[in-house]
Design a binder for this molecule. Structure first.
Ligand code: NAD
Length: 352
């Protein structure tokens, strides 16, 4: 029987293809704007400058100070540039860090956003913003955070280093995984997530062989879009809670942490809801958790929290923090259960 569901619609306009960067000026005009502030990290500044040149008179300038964890101090600096240049909208070119900066500015100024994602992290289709102030990371959801337009240009992902290709794809797969048991899931997120699993399953081994494989890059970016839509529509659970704790309280790197945790959080919840996670088992192996573990290993992904700098003596405290204000989860969460899960992820053994 079909479950009852609520489908809120897909509010963000999406342009997908090769060479679509050329359409950014048209999209800015379509939104009724004429002066875009282009955002990037320092590492992608030259790409941002090239985009500003392409925008010509429609560019107000470039702010290339985006950085991990969206510090509020950087947002304030960017807002000062937004105002002093007379910008009337934002174009964010980059991964989740740059998208995060655009969202933080939009939330405070009401500016429209055109996002051009260059990783698979999946922040662009969501109404979620994580930011840090005085060493503390907070996450919020607000309709004003959701970008108006997302321009996916496959060509921009050709330069994505192989390591980040793999870890940000596993970060995206974590959105799909938690989407399968989310209480607010609906047929669109389920269909897109199932399609994303299959697309990543085909694309990532091909990209290991040849990172310049344009077709595999297109499949991977398509998959990232599906996972991002899912993240933007549903409630996340244990996996995202643990990633948040390890990133926020222990400074672990974002995409790598998602990559290491994914097989273990999947196996943990598979014990409670095997039928809901069947699409993952069907795609990656006989069981969802072990299937993802073998897949990640075949891609040379990081497999151990120990390798990301988490010491074994931190596991007790991490389990305590994660068990304190747990997100709703299909399998009941206890401090000891989380401690066991973290131990497995710390040593990197294949989940049973
Ligand atoms: P990132 O944006 O921090 O990028 C990592 C590095 O790779 C940067 O130096 C960047 O300039 C570079 N880079 C990006 N794309 C490149 C390309 N195509 N070629 C060459 N270099 C490239 O990494 P990320 O994993 O995309 O984003 C992580 C951040 O996103 C985290 O802060 C996380 O919290 C956030 N995030 C937010 C959401 C959300 O919905 N709010 C979802 C997922 C991730």
């Amino acid at each position: 029987m079909t479950r009852p569901f609520v489908f809120p619609g897909l509010p963000t306009r999406v342009i997908f293809g090769h060479g679509t960067l050329a359409q950014v000026p048209e999209e800015v005009a379509r939104l009724g704007h004429s002066r875009a502030l282009v955002l990037s990290t320092p590492e992608q500044e030259s790409a941002a400058q090239a985009l500003a040149e392409r925008l010509g008179a429609k560019a107000a300038g470039v702010f290339a100070g985006a950085t991990m964890h969206t510090p509020v101090a950087v947002t304030e600096e960017a807002i000062a540039t937004f105002r002093s240049t007379g910008a009337d909208c934002l174009v964010a070119l980059g991964g989740g860090s740059t998208t995060g900066l655009g969202k933080a500015i939009a939330l405070r100024t009401g500016a429209d956003q055109v996002v051009v994602p260059t990783t698979y992290a999946g922040s662009e289709m969501t109404d979620i913003l994580g930011e840090t102030a005085e060493g503390e990371k907070t996450t919020r959801r607000d309709p004003a955070i959701r970008p108006e337009v997302v321009v996916y240009d496959v060509d921009l992902t050709l330069t994505l280093p192989l390591g980040l290709t793999v870890t940000s794809a596993l970060n995206a797969l974590a959105h799909a995984m938690e989407g399968f048991y989310a209480p607010d899931r609906h047929p669109i997120t389920e269909a897109l997530s199932r399609d994303a699993l299959r697309a990543f399953h085909r694309a990532l081994p091909a990209l290991i062989r040849n990172p310049q494989d344009g077709q595999a890059r297109a499949q991977a970016l398509y998959a990232a879009w599906g996972c991002s839509v899912t993240l933007g529509h549903v409630t996340m659970a244990l996996h995202h809670k643990l990633a948040h704790v390890l990133g926020g309280s222990f400074g672990l790197p974002h995409a790598e942490t998602h990559a290491v945790l994914l097989p273990h959080t999947t196996a943990f919840n598979e014990a409670a809801v095997p039928d809901l996670l069947r699409p993952i088992a069907d795609t990656f192996g006989t069981s969802a958790g072990a299937g993802l573990w073998h897949f990640a290993k075949s891609l040379n992904a990081p497999m151990r929290l120990a390798d990301l700098g988490l010491s074994e003596t931190d596991l007790d405290r991490a389990a305590e923090i994660a068990a304190k204000n747990p997100y709703a989860n299909p399998r009941p969460i206890s401090r000891d259960g989380i401690r066991d899960l973290l131990q497995q992820a710390h040593t990197g053994i294949c989940p049973a």
